[in-house]
Design a protein around this ligand. Structure first.
Ligand SMILES: *Cc1c(COP(=O)(O)O)cnc(C)c1O
Length: 394
């Protein structure tokens, strides 16, 4: 069914590809980039974003899980697909069938891939994986050199597992002083040396997110590591693709040119579906948290916390209508929110309302909403509900 509820997200094709080009130009020429489109492209819709990025030159995509990867394979038959959260029981067959490249670190991952490879083909065909090193994030990855040695001992000549890449993830690449990444780089380097000693020579070495790419503080060390091992460096930008660079501390004297030029790709819009005037003393919304002090014009938008409009924006957030910022009046409901439009004359049913994006001279970003709700732009974007249709514009 064609969406008819007046709530939608617009994805700017031109901004997305411009951001990609800025990141491509800011990265070292030797480095490959993984366009991270996990979690449905940070809420932007992977089905629309991936082909746009592929057309702009992205060869690699990073997704959350095998399910996301299989869906992406249908629309990007030739892209390389990095599965960033490992794999689970019952998923190794799809990894092989759809030529996915999973991050692996648990002996269980090796078991699952070996079993599936033997079951599907005889002799088993080789399966390319990316070995993850836990260099200090304590989330995913091989923790110690002892564990690493044990895992590598499983790569016998008859093993179907081919370690195509070795990667790690940094926990605080935005903090440059003190350099919170230095120790992680050291641990990663030690793991790479051990892997080389075991006679395994990965083609790719990757670490670093949007911030690593834009701050350029750690890329020389990463390039050196790759060179030392005759591998190519990959960087994995995510949030910057969507136009939200993470500020680094201490603030650089001249913030990177690319970071300043990135523009938000997503706009979240709706329309006014009802208007009314309430008298002084009357209240609006659940629990009467909004009380009119003057004759007050209220406008209803059909968006609520079930769409991802955080309830913490109750009486705190704003929306844009007729080029003006108007406050949210009282509680955000599940499916509806009330705006106080008293100061804006002429508001009518059907007027376009911007929750994230630009209108006239005004602008609201996901970072603004994150500031009001105690979170980060990533969560604001990912939280926009699945029932809100994403439409590509430009
Ligand atoms: C999400 C993620 C990224 C991208 O991070 P951004 O901060 O969005 O650039 C890169 N690498 C890994 C392993 C990730 O999980």
């Amino acid at each position: 069914m064609i969406p008819t509820r007046p709530v939608w997200v617009e994805i700017s094709h031109s901004r997305l590809t411009a951001n990609w080009k800025l990141l491509r130009a800011a990265a070292p020429v030797e480095a490959e980039l993984v366009a991270v489109i996990k979690a449905n492209a940070y809420g932007h819709g992977a089905a629309a974003c991936a082909p746009a990025l592929a057309a702009a030159g992205a060869a690699w995509f990073g997704v959350t899980c095998v399910e996301e990867a299989v869906a992406l394979r249908q629309i990007c038959p030739d892209s390389r697909i990095l599965v960033m959260s490992g794999l689970w029981r019952g998923e190794a067959e799809a990894v092989i069938e759809h030529r996915l490249s999973p991050q692996v670190w648990e002996p269980l991952h090796f078991d699952l891939i070996e079993e599936a490879a033997r079951k599907l083909n005889s002799p088993p065909q080789s399966v390319r994986v990316q070995l993850e090193i836990d260099s200090g994030m304590s989330r995913q990855g091989v923790r110690s050199l002892v564990q690493l040695k044990e895992l590598l001992a499983r790569i016998t000549p008859d093993s179907p597992i081919q370690i195509e890449g070795v990667m790690t993830h940094f926990s605080a690449p935005e903090i440059l002083e003190p350099d919170e990444t230095a120790q992680q780089l050291e641990r990663f380097a030690a793991a790479l040396d051990l892997i080389a000693e075991c006679g395994i020579h990965p083609r790719w070495i990757h670490a670093g997110n949007s911030t690593t790419l834009l701050a350029q503080h750690h890329t020389p060390a990463l390039l050196q590591m790759a060179e030392r091992h005759n591998a190519r460096l990959m960087l994995r930008p995510g949030i910057a693709l969507y136009g939200y660079p993470v500020p680094v501390t201490p603030h650089e004297a001249s913030p990177s040119h690319a970071a300043q030029k990135l523009t938000p790709v997503l706009a979240w819009k709706t329309r006014i579906v009802s208007v009314r005037t309430i008298e002084p003393g009357e209240t609006a919304g659940y629990n009467m948290t909004f009380k009119a002090r003057r004759p007050t014009r209220l406008a209803l938008i059909p968006v609520g916390y079930a769409d991802g409009l955080n309830r913490l924006l109750s009486s705190r957030g704003h929306a844009l209508v007729r080029g003006h910022r108007v406050p949210i009046a009282g509680r955000v409901s599940m499916d509806q929110t009330i705006l106080d439009v008293t100061d804006i004359p002429g508001i009518e049913i059907g007027d376009e309302v911007v929750l994230i994006g630009e209108q006239g001279q005004e602008k609201i970003t996901a970072a603004d909403l994150a500031g009001l709700t105690g979170t980060i732009s990533y969560e604001v974007l990912c939280a926009i509900g699945a029932r809100v249709p994403r439409v590509m514009i430009d």
